[in-house]
Design a protein around this ligand. Sequence first.
Ligand SMILES: C[S@@+](CC[C@H](N)C(=O)[O-])C[C@H]1O[C@@H](n2cnc3c(N)ncnc32)[C@H](O)[C@@H]1O
Length: 367
Amino acid sequence: MSPQETLSPVVTGAKAQATAAATPETRAATESDAPIATQVLAADDTLDDDNDSAIGGDSLSSTASIASSIYKFRVENGRTYNGYGDRRYFMPNDEVEQDRLDLQHHLFQLTFRGGMFTAPIDRKKVHRILDAGTGTGIWAIDMGDMCPEAEVFGVDVSPIQPQFVPPNVKFEIDDLEKPWTFTSGFDFVFSRMMTGSFPDWRQYINHCYEFTNPGGYCEVQDVCLPVRCDDDTLTNTNLERYGNLMLEGSLKLGVGLDVALKTKQCMEEAGFVDVNQVTYKWPLNRWPANKAMKEIGLWAHEVTMSNLSGLSIALFTHGLGWSVEELEVFLADVRKDLKNSKIHSYMPIYVVVGRKPGAKEETTVVA
Ligand SMILES: C[S@@+](CC[C@H](N)C(=O)[O-])C[C@H]1O[C@@H](n2cnc3c(N)ncnc32)[C@H](O)[C@@H]1O
């Protein structure tokens, strides 16, 4: 690994740092000791998209996948959605989406070089952990294995978690938009990819604060639309239009997919201290020259392609008034752009960590 590829943590601003294409000359000027996933990336210009078998069409990587109304899913356009709770979350909860979430879990681990969180948690001193919006529960289960002495609670409106889990992991079906009813607080409150779930993000972060024990940490990891690019290769593409339309549709439905922009401020206003934000990049295919980022790009490509319809359908039909047929024609063009390694697009991933003041020594020794 070259000195420029050092992966030491750094706090970055919310905005993309630069717009220049990364030639070898600009690379030296733009790369730093920041994590590579936060830098302006140089493109691999040896790629030939026409002769590439690594990037195919929609492909589904197969991965392993509580009474009454909870299990009554809502069905629309052949996809199932949560039936529990007042609001229908915009993503389906079917097997295709569950597989996508598990792939995405791996993508996050690649992003954090094998880690699942960035907060300075002492695994031996953390007793109660909350995974708010646990999805398939994969993070909570891995966390239960990693912290055998802690109790890990995963909460979601959809009952899509496995039944056989480590004894220290518990799942509950609940609507986190409603007042939280946990009987005690948590040493670590974690949430990942909850953008688009709550119309009142500030209230959500306030709930996180209320249920973080003094001295404990909260970490919020989220993607932020629209699709970004640090040069001009995304300009006037269907992929650029797609990212803008996804954001517009989400805003029309009152659950803007750019809410990650507000997380740091909401955490500070809630009362968290030492709030740090790091913005990582997920290239949308193998376009980066850097090997680690190319791998992240291949996984991000797979995660996006594996359920592009599911990601889009509710926002385009309910938010923007498109027909399913119109959307599918458009998505065919978007898929072409997603496969095109000449388009240097990426999704920004905002990771914000804050500490609740008080009893600092209890949980802040880095593991
Ligand atoms: C994109 S998934 C992320 C799942 C998981 N955090 C992960 O990273 O794999 C968002 C999850 O939030 C859940 N969700 C949405 N609105 C919710 C609410 N009001 N209360 C609880 N869970 C909710 C959805 O059911 C879905 O499982």
